[in-house]
Design a protein around this ligand. Structure first.
Ligand SMILES: Cc1ncc(C[n+]2csc(CCOP(=O)(O)OP(=O)(O)O)c2C)c(N)n1
Ligand SMILES: [Mg+2]
Length: 328
């Protein structure tokens, strides 16, 4: 096992503004995607992570570009936070040839290997095994990388969760299992179908250290992930980080969300991760307002350019339909 990757220090003030900026980029990207989808401009099916931006931004801030992540069906935030180009991501969602997967992946199978993003996944819990496999390859190749799997509370009730944790523990793999506990799996509340309050409790069964954090606090997510990454990089094996959060939108765009009440939604809306960090940053130093405003404008310009790029890009050639497919 190679050790000695750069260990990251606690966040400096400027890095906390970057964290807020990343969350804003995700929020505005997804609000735009929602609007475009409802206008009929995007094919397929779209799951948004609005309300959960702190987990993507906080966790990826603790990773290097050559570290790996695996994602879920709700993967735009993870992909952006890991460093993918929003214009090529937008083109992917439009199914265009200039997309990060040449228009073949779309929202639910978005990936960008150039920034270590190994893929969103239509199979719930599919990413855990892929991350354990990536971590196995890191160990065999002897590099100082780590792998991190984002997964949901619903995924923790599937077999691959248990298989991946056991495998990672036995081989002391450099992997972080990061649970985005957003209280629901589709329309089912975790309370009704998950026997434990904290998914982190299950890590004990595999001798894996775990921690539960406020998943709407990007700094807390960063700090917990940083500790887990240090453990992985120094050869001490896997960790589980559970982030308590909430999706402020439906399971998918178009979900009427009749299964949750208004009061619950309002309670979580008041804990919007972007507002929480913005409040903290401005409380400490009100003069930061100008900087935040400048970043807001930059985000809008970036998005406008991304949408224009996606709209004007060509669709893949029909004759290329079988390219990049593995045909036995
Ligand atoms: C193996 C499998 N079973 C069921 C589904 C249908 N499905 C898609 S998303 C989802 C809920 C997943 O919940 P969770 O893991 O908590 O992620 P969240 O949607 O909350 O981000 C389900 C059941 C699927 N895609 N794959
Ligand atoms: Mg969930």
């Amino acid at each position: 096992m190679a050790t000695g990757g750069d260990l990251l220090p606690p966040l400096a003030p400027v890095a906390r503004i970057t964290l807020w900026h990343t969350m804003l980029r995700i929020r505005r990207f997804e609000e735009t995607v929602e609007r475009l989808f409802l206008a009929g401009e995007l094919p397929g099916f779209v799951h948004l992570c609005i309300g959960q931006e702190a987990t993507a931004a906080g966790a990826c801030a603790a990773l290097r570009i050559d570290d790996y992540i695996t994602s879920t069906h709700r993967g735009h935030g993870h992909t952006l936070a890991k460093g993918a180009d929003p214009a090529r991501m937008m083109a992917e969602l439009f199914g265009k040839a200039t997309g990060v997967c040449r228009g073949r992946g779309g929202s639910m199978h978005i990936a960008d290997f150039s920034v270590g993003m190994l893929g969103a996944n239509g199979i719930v819990a599919g990413g855990l095994g892929l991350a354990a496999g990536a971590a196995m390859s890191i160990k065999l190749r002897g590099t100082a990388q780590v792998a991190l799997a984002f997964f949901g509370d619903g995924a923790a009730n599937r077999g691959p969760f248990h298989e991946s944790l056991n495998w990672a523990a036995v081989y002391r793999l450099p992997v972080i299992f990061l649970c985005e506990h957003n209280q629901y799996a589709s329309t089912t509340s975790a309370r009704s179908l998950t026997a434990v309050e904290d998914i982190a409790d299950r890590a004990v069964a595999y001798a894996i250290p775990s921690v539960v954090v406020d998943g709407n606090d990007a700094e807390a997510v960063y700090e917990a992930t940083r500790v887990a990454v240090e453990r992985a990089r120094s050869g001490e094996g896997p960790s589980l980080v559970e982030c308590k959060t909430y999706r402020l939108r439906g399971h998918y765009v178009g979900d009427p969300t009749t299964y949750r009440d208004r009061e619950e939604l309002e309670r979580w809306r008041a804990r919007d991760p972007l507002l929480l960090l913005e409040y903290r940053l401005l409380q400490e130093d009100p003069t930061r307002a100008e900087e935040l405003q400048r970043l807001r404008a930059a985000v809008e310009a970036e998005l406008e350019a991304a949408v224009a790029f996606a709209r004007t890009s060509p669709l893949p050639e029909a004759a290329s339909a079988l390219e990049y497919a593995f045909i036995g």
